[in-house]
Design a protein around this ligand. Structure first.
Ligand code: HEC
Length: 151
């Protein structure tokens, strides 16, 4: 073992023993404290910071922010649908391509909403376009947004 390492270990051992001795000394002394002394010590050594969980107003935290409501159809489209519906990937009808959408729009809003949520079996149109965190309402809004831009 290199000499410094041996020395370091010796120092660390000594520190460790001193700590143990210190803790023992304190715990022995603690037995004789009065409640007032104990309270005083607790006050002196109480942590500087306190963990205040979000939404816990007891400790001065702000009330939990209310979920900011559903994402707009445009937001959902941009994050979950555009990859296919802006490019036509996998045969997806491109938003803005009126001819590609005419027959689909003719099926009615409800059918398109259902297709958005459940997908179109056997095609690249997977359920919710793969956006599993999207609510049905958000998918409906995205479909409406796509339809509005394609007629
Ligand atoms: C991985 C590619 C892909 C993604 C992502 C995708 N789509 Fe599609 N989508 C398709 C394809 C391919 C079709 C055409 C299916 C077919 O042949 O009828 C389609 C068709 C549709 C249709 C028409 C269905 C019908 O019955 O005519 C709607 C509505 C639609 N998608 C909505 C969405 C929405 C909303 C999203 C995002 C939440 C989305 N799509 C994301 C590939 C995708």
């Amino acid at each position: 073992m290199p000499a410094e390492l041996v020395q370091d270990l010796a120092v660390m051992t000594r520190i460790a023993f001193s700590l143990v001795a210190l803790v023992l000394a304190f715990s022995a002394a603690a037995v004789d404290l009065t409640d007032a002394q104990r309270a005083e010590i607790e006050e002196r050594i109480h942590p500087v910071g306190e963990v205040c969980l979000q939404g816990d107003t007891d400790c001065g935290g702000a009330a939990a922010s209310v979920a900011s409501g559903p994402r707009s159809g445009e937001d959902v489209y941009n994050s979950a649908c555009m990859a296919c519906h802006a490019t036509g990937a996998g045969g997806a009808p491109v938003v803005g391509d009126i001819a590609a959408w005419a027959d689909r729009i003719a099926k009615g809003t409800e059918a398109l909403h259902l297709a958005g949520v459940n997908g179109v079996p056997g095609t690249g149109m997977i359920a919710k376009g793969g956006c599993m965190s999207c609510s049905d309402e958000e998918i409906h809004a995205a479909v409406d947004y796509m339809v509005a831009g394609s007629q």
